[in-house]
Design a protein around this ligand. Structure first.
Ligand SMILES: *[C@@H]1O[C@H](CO)[C@@H](O)[C@H](O)[C@H]1NC(C)=O
Ligand SMILES: *[C@@H]1O[C@H](CO)[C@@H](O)[C@H](O)[C@H]1NC(C)=O
Ligand SMILES: *[C@@H]1O[C@H](CO)[C@@H](O)[C@H](O)[C@H]1NC(C)=O
Ligand SMILES: *[C@@H]1O[C@H](CO)[C@@H](O)[C@H](O)[C@H]1NC(C)=O
Ligand SMILES: *[C@@H]1O[C@H](CO)[C@@H](O)[C@H](O)[C@H]1NC(C)=O
Ligand SMILES: *[C@@H]1O[C@H](CO)[C@@H](O)[C@H](O)[C@H]1NC(C)=O
Ligand SMILES: *[C@@H]1O[C@H](CO)[C@@H](O)[C@H](O)[C@H]1NC(C)=O
Ligand SMILES: *[C@@H]1O[C@H](CO)[C@@H](O)[C@H](O)[C@H]1NC(C)=O
Ligand SMILES: *[C@@H]1O[C@H](CO)[C@@H](O)[C@H](O)[C@H]1NC(C)=O
Length: 384
């Protein structure tokens, strides 16, 4: 293709027309001693940072520069143009307020966003109206927020459920890593990573898969780790067994100690009496882990079936019932009272008897030896 000829007279052509005229030459690259280049600094731009599109090897005798979005010179995509002789910058239709064009041809973009990702084309118009064009590229990467691990099942059942853990929301060009219990993933046929490693599948979970899990998201400009995530695996609870120090007791005699044997850690224990939740009476005490119930003193009201139940968050199991029999002597209290009353009555009887006897002796002693003449005794009774 033939290079189009430049305008005949430079003096009478308006500046904007001049730039446009220059842009028409963009497919004609004259041989130059030095090559105009555009360098993006930093090469990996994080969202929110400031980026320079540095113009290197710009010829000394320039009339001006212009920067446009895209891969070609297009006034509709003009960001700004700079005129060397007046130091004047003219903003174009896609100027966002964040761009600065320096006298050396370099473009500064402040506070970049992902929407700024793309190509930027520099047009250099020389004094002889020849132009140089170079395109630079900007790739703005998001600064990844701390990912959150989510599970598709918050209460998976042991040996039954398969759980899918997901590391954060989907973002492009992000790589992922996982740790379980602060270790990298163990080799296991039950652990499967998706191709991008964003999701981790735990097949047929067991209580040993509880975690904690941590994942990391990484892109060219940032690395961020999740908070630890713990998987609450619901495991079935084995049936506990219930033992008693003795099952036949006499009321008020000795304590009765009931012990619940649950052979798992992580289970809690609760008690049942006659099928109902046990209401703790004053005479009953539970050990700190609730596995031992002590009844002291035992009362006849404590007769009945006892059960203990081992439970965790999702499952529970109750022991077989154990019957406690409290016996007591019928009327034992009444008998005691009767005995005391009997003794008191007996003593009173004896005392009365003694009094009567004493009186009798005194009476006879007072008249001893009996008077031969007078027939009147001290008792006032007359003896004829
Ligand atoms: C400037 O141009 C020369 C010659 O083309 C080249 O060797 C050099 O690398 C260029 N400098 C930069 C910073 O691009
Ligand atoms: C152009 O000027 C800017 C601002 O003074 C500076 O940061 C940049 O390094 C300069 N460009 C080159 C290629 O030296
Ligand atoms: C343009 O700026 C330079 C220094 O940056 C200064 O020396 C020159 O006088 C300025 N020209 C005009 C027309 O303002
Ligand atoms: C950067 O841009 C974001 C929107 O993209 C804005 O919320 C923020 O305030 C800007 N920061 C500065 C320092 O201008
Ligand atoms: C979670 O995802 C796994 C694998 O796709 C599936 O087998 C399981 O049923 C899902 N769980 C729930 C609660 O959706
Ligand atoms: C992801 O990376 C590829 C290759 O580096 C690039 O073409 C693509 O635009 C990037 N996507 C995002 C959203 O950064
Ligand atoms: C959990 O791990 C312990 C110790 O490594 C092992 O004895 C037990 O069988 C495991 N349980 C399950 C359900 O995998
Ligand atoms: C014991 O049981 C009581 C209720 O009777 C409950 O409040 C307490 O948390 C239990 N203690 C333990 C260690 O399970
Ligand atoms: C406890 O788990 C077993 C086995 O998963 C199940 O059969 C039983 O119904 C569960 N019991 C309760 C009370 O949830």
């Amino acid at each position: 293709m033939e290079p189009p000829s430049g305008p005949a007279s430079r003096r009478h052509v308006p500046w904007s027309r001049l730039l446009l005229a220059g842009s028409l030459l963009n497919f004609w690259t004259p041989p130059t001693a030095t090559q105009l280049t555009v360098e993006t600094v930093p090469p990996l731009a994080a969202e929110g940072s400031d980026v320079l599109l540095l113009a290197h090897n710009v010829t000394k005798n320039t009339l001006g520069y212009s920067w446009q979005r895209g891969e070609r010179v297009d006034n509709a995509q003009l960001i700004a143009s700079y005129r060397v002789d007046t130091n004047a910058t003219t903003n174009g239709p896609v100027y966002s307020g964040r761009e600065t064009l320096y006298p050396n041809g370099t473009l500064l973009i402040r506070n970049v966003t992902q929407r700024d990702t793309g190509s930027y084309t520099l047009l250099v118009t020389k004094n002889d109206l020849q132009t140089e064009i170079q395109t630079g590229h900007l790739h703005v990467h998001p600064v990844l927020p701390s990912p959150v691990i989510t599970s598709n099942n918050s209460n998976p059942r042991e040996h039954e459920d398969t759980v899918v853990l997901t590391c954060g929301s989907e973002t492009q060009n992000t790589s992922y890593m996982w740790w379980i219990n602060s270790q990298s993933l163990p080799k296991s046929t039950r652990l499967e990573l998706s191709e991008d490693k964003r999701t981790l599948t735990v097949v047929a979970v067991t209580r040993n898969d509880t975690g904690p899990y941590v994942c990391e998201a990484r892109n060219p400009v940032s690395v961020s780790r999740s908070d630890p995530f713990t998987l609450d695996v619901l495991s079935p609870v084995a049936k506990p067994s219930l033992q008693a120090s003795n099952t036949r007791v006499t009321e008020h005699e000795g304590p009765v100690i009931l012990t619940c044997l649950a052979d798992e850690t992580g289970v809690s224990i609760r008690w049942f009496f006659k099928g109902q939740s046990l209401l703790l009476a004053q005479r009953m005490t539970l050990s700190s882990d609730n596995s031992t119930l002590t009844i002291d003193p035992v009362s006849r009201e404590d007769t009945g079936d006892y059960q203990c139940e081992a439970f965790n968050r999702g499952n529970s199991s109750r022991s077989d019932p154990l019957r406690l029999r409290v016996t007591w002597r019928e009327n034992s209290r009444a008998l005691g009272v009767g005995a005391i009353t009997g003794i008191v009555i007996g003593v009173l009887l004896v005392l009365t008897l003694l009094a009567v006897l004493g009186h009798f002796i005194f009476l006879h002693r007072g008249n001893w030896p009996p008077a031969s003449t007078s027939g009147r005794g001290p008792s006032g009774s007359s003896v004829s």
